[in-house]
Every structure is written in C-alpha cells, then in structure tokens.
Design a protein around this ligand. Structure first.
Ligand code: SF4
Ligand code: SF4
Ligand code: SF4
Length: 468
C-alpha cells in the first residue's frame, strides 16, 4: 500500500540493458520503461546527462515478441577475442550469440545520389578491389562453411566497374544467394547492363520510397518514380525479381505504406516489400526528437489500416534468428487476384514460439523446418529454397491441390519490417544476437547496427581514404 507521502512512478520499470550516449557513444546502462503503452529507453551519460528514446510505440507487441527468440548457431571461427567487452570486441567475438545469416559487403562508397537520409554517408568514395572482396568472401567461408546470403551493397554497387567479377567470385564460392542493394538508376538506364546481370540471378533489393513525388524529393533529393518503374520493367524483362526497400520517415511517407504495398503487388517483378523505419545515423543524424519516431508496430498498424485489412497486424510474426524485436514478417499467397496471408490458413505459432515450445508433434516433422526457413533473415524471395518452402507451406493451407500445383515464385509475396537501431534506441541485447553482419576489409564481421552507430564505418572509411 502506498502511504500518503509517497507518489507512484509514472513508468513501469521493465528492466535494464546497455546502450550508448547519443552524443559521445560511450557505453552506458539504460533502463527499459513502459510508459503509456510504449517502450522507452532511459539512460545517463556522466558527461552529457540524461537521454530518453522511443523504442516501440506498442509495449504489447514488444513484450510478446520475446517468445519468438530462437537459439543461435555458433560460427566455425571468430576473428576477435573477448578483451574490452561488448560492444568493443566486434569481429565477431566468441560471446556473439548468432552466426551470420546475411553478410553485407559494401563494394563501393561511391553513389550517384546524395540522399539526405543516407546512413552510409555515400557520395564521393572508393571501390573495393576484386581481390579484396575475394579475401572477404574467403574469410566468410572460414567462419560460415557454406554461407547462406551475401548482400552486395554500397554506396551504389552497380557503379562498381567490376561488379560482374564480384558476382562471379560469389558464385565460384557456392554462396547460396546473392542480394544486390540498389537505387535502380543504372538498372533503369541500361537494359544491356540488366541482361548480363540476370546470368547471376541476384535478388534485387530496390530502394523505393513511395508513390508521392514529394517523398522522393525529401528523402532522395529528386523525383525518382519514373526511374523505379523503368528499373522494375527492365528487371521483369530480364527475368529478375525485386523486393522494394522503403525507408519510412515520420512526416514524409508513413501515409504511403499501403500504396507502396499495392504498387508492389501489381508489378510482376516485385515479390515483396521491406519497410525500414529510418535510423538516425550517417547523414541523417540531427534535428529529430528521439521520443517521436516511427517504430516497427507503427508500420504494422499502418499496413492494417492503409490496406483495408489486406494484412492485419496479427498476420505478422517476429523473425526469431536475430533478437525478435528487430524485425517482423508475413507472407501471402497471391492467386487469381486474391491476396491471402498464410497466417490466416495456418497457425504459424505452432512452429515459431520457441520459448513456450508449443509445437504440435504430429505436424512438426514437415513444417517446423519450413517455417523456420521462412521466418529467417536468410529467406530470399524468388530463390528456389524460399519458393519451395512457401509451396510446401501452401500444401498445408487447405488450398485445393490443383491451386497449389499452379503456384510459382510469383504466387508468393513477402512483407517485412526491419527496425535498425541508431544511437538513441541502441540496445546491446539486440546487438549481441544480430545476424546481419558487415564484412570488413580486414576479415572482421561486425553486426550491422554496431557498424553504423559505434564508429566502425567511420574507421573503415578513413582507412580507405588513406589508401586512396
Ligand atoms: S556485438 Fe557481438 S561480436 Fe560485437 S562485441 Fe558484442 S558479442 Fe562480441
Ligand atoms: S541512401 Fe543509397 S542511394 Fe542514397 S546516397 Fe546513400 S547509398 Fe546512395
Ligand atoms: S542489423 Fe540491427 S536491427 Fe537488424 S538484426 Fe542486427 S541488431 Fe537487429
């Protein structure tokens, strides 16, 4: 009972974690607080005082996500040892809790745009020599055996003069899938570039910020709608597929979340949309209130309201291989104009709830690995593996066999939301289980959010400038 001289805390104390000071990046303790149905990170730097940031606009989603946490896999080798403690030993060090599901290689820091929102701060820059990329891939083979997915990124990787040699190097090493991150300008400009690209069959991750010209101007500096359309048409002609990658920014394009989904569903080259609430890093660091930001559940809620229930919030499940508060996915079967999320036909929680482990024994043998493969960062839309998994799931969806037999890679659609961290909402708990790792030229692998927030990117950029 509370006596009359005591008052009650406004917040519910949920726990503690570690974060960084948004000013000096010093590692500091942080409280996790539940406030008015949201999740807040509260921390104090001895030099720069108190800071608070919104982590999630929906405490219920955030807390319920935790049961989707799966055990991590240990890499075959580590590049660093434990010396100063997390997050100063990245490499990976032996204390990291998950292997590399997606290895990112930034093959160039050059770009043909100067987006104000660029967390990589790309523009003028340098290309990695092919021999350097080969070294990084070989190192990845040593740590991963047969790596699942590499993501060729930048800068703008299509500007690299030896891009095809790099794709060939990945193919020679039997890496399962290659993603290519691009703004699409080169894909739109030159079909004679896209056709030979198809030989390597990369999954294209196409930056796509909306259907309103103003969103493009604000986020990218110019209206790129025609460029994106042309790029997608060229991909379709060459038999390649894309996932649209959308940076969601408060006050700019959060009202276009549904329109972007509909656009993707209508274009034959598009097999999914990945929404990414903006992370305040690189060129996009200043001038925002960290207590007002778009968070993962905001995007899910917007999908429900802006698509008239095509997708409900309840159609999404956290992805269990990294920390489950980092991202969420849903898949739909698209058949004769009907879009049916598979969660409405199958109880995926029977297979993905790792903590409670309420797997149904009779069903688990076939579907457990299928569901784990789909709710994974390594699931690549359009790949044989993901298409087979989705077709296998569809067999259990109470769909007529005749319908299942007609399903191909274009019959499935992914909606993914990935909430990268910045210095405000940075949480070491999430970082230690990160499975998206930036490969460094010296052979280290650094969790992607650490690379952007903790100064690794700056360090690598400065080293490459010196070598220039
Ligand atoms: S984030 Fe992972 S690799 Fe980096 S220091 Fe922490 S445990 Fe080690
Ligand atoms: S966000 Fe992408 S397209 Fe824009 S400047 Fe950065 S690397 Fe280039
Ligand atoms: S990149 Fe960041 S947000 Fe994504 S899985 Fe890793 S820690 Fe989580």
């Amino acid at each position: 009972m509370t006596s009359d001289y005591q008052s009650v805390h406004e917040d519910i104390f949920h726990g503690v974690t570690r974060s960084v000071c948004p000013v000096c990046r010093r590692v500091v303790d942080a409280q996790v607080l539940l406030r008015d149905g949201t999740v807040i990170l509260r921390k104090r730097c001895p030099e720069h005082g108190w800071h608070e940031a919104l982590v999630s606009s929906d405490a219920g989603w955030h807390l319920n996500s935790q049961v989707y946490n799966e055990p991590g896999a240990i890499p075959y080798d580590f590049a660093t040892s434990v010396e100063e403690g997390c997050p100063h030993d990245c490499g990976l060090c032996p204390e990291h809790k998950q292997h590399t599901c997606v290895a990112v290689i930034e093959v160039t820091s050059r770009c043909n745009l100067r987006c104000p929102t660029c967390f990589a701060d790309s523009g003028e820059g340098v290309d990695l020599p092919v021999s350097q990329v080969e070294f990084m891939l070989d190192r990845l083979l040593e740590t991963e055996g047969r790596p699942e997915v590499i993501q060729i990124s930048g800068g703008e990787p299509t500007l690299h003069p030896d891009l095809f040699s790099i794709l060939g190097a990945a193919r020679d090493r039997d890496i399962r899938y290659v993603m290519l991150n691009t703004n699409g300008i080169e894909l739109a400009r030159d079909q004679s570039f896209v056709r030979p690209l198809a030989e390597f069959n990369p999954a294209i991750y196409l930056q796509f910020d909306g259907v309103d010209p103003e969103s493009h101007r604000t986020l990218r500096g110019r209206d790129l709608r025609a460029v994106k359309e042309q790029a997608l048409d060229n991909l379709a002609e060459a038999g390649l597929y894309a996932v649209l990658v959308t940076t969601i920014t408060e006050g700019v394009n959060e009202g276009e979340i549904g329109d972007i989904l509909r656009y993707g569903l209508e274009h034959p080259a598009v097999l999914g949309v990945s929404y990414q609430p903006v992370a305040f890093a690189g060129r996009c660091r200043d001038g925002h209130d960290p207590l007002h930001a778009v968070t993962l559940p905001d995007v899910l809620q917007a999908l429900e309201t802006q698509t008239d229930g095509l997708f409900w919030m309840n159609d999404f499940r956290p992805v269990p291989c990294p920390h489950p508060t980092c991202s969420a996915s849903s898949y739909a079967v698209v058949h004769e104009g009907e879009v049916t999320p598979i969660t409405r036909l199958l109880d995926v929680d029977d297979y993905l709830d790792f903590v409670v482990n309420r797997t149904v024994p009779d069903l688990s043998d076939d579907l457990q690995p299928v569901m784990e493969a789909l709710w994974s960062m390594a699931a690549v839309m359009g790949s044989d593996g993901t298409t087979d998994s989705l077709t296998c799931a569809a067999c259990d969806l109470a769909l007529p066999l005749e319908t299942v037999n007609q399903l191909g890679r274009e019959s499935f659609f992914l909606v993914h939301v990935h909430s990268f961290m910045d210095s405000h909402n940075f949480d070491l708990k999430r970082l230690m289980k990160c499975c998206i790792h930036e490969l460094l030229p010296d052979g280290r692998a650094v969790p992607f959010c650490a690379y952007n927030v903790l100064g690794y990117r700056k360090e690598i950029r400065e080293e490459s400038e010196v070598r220039r």
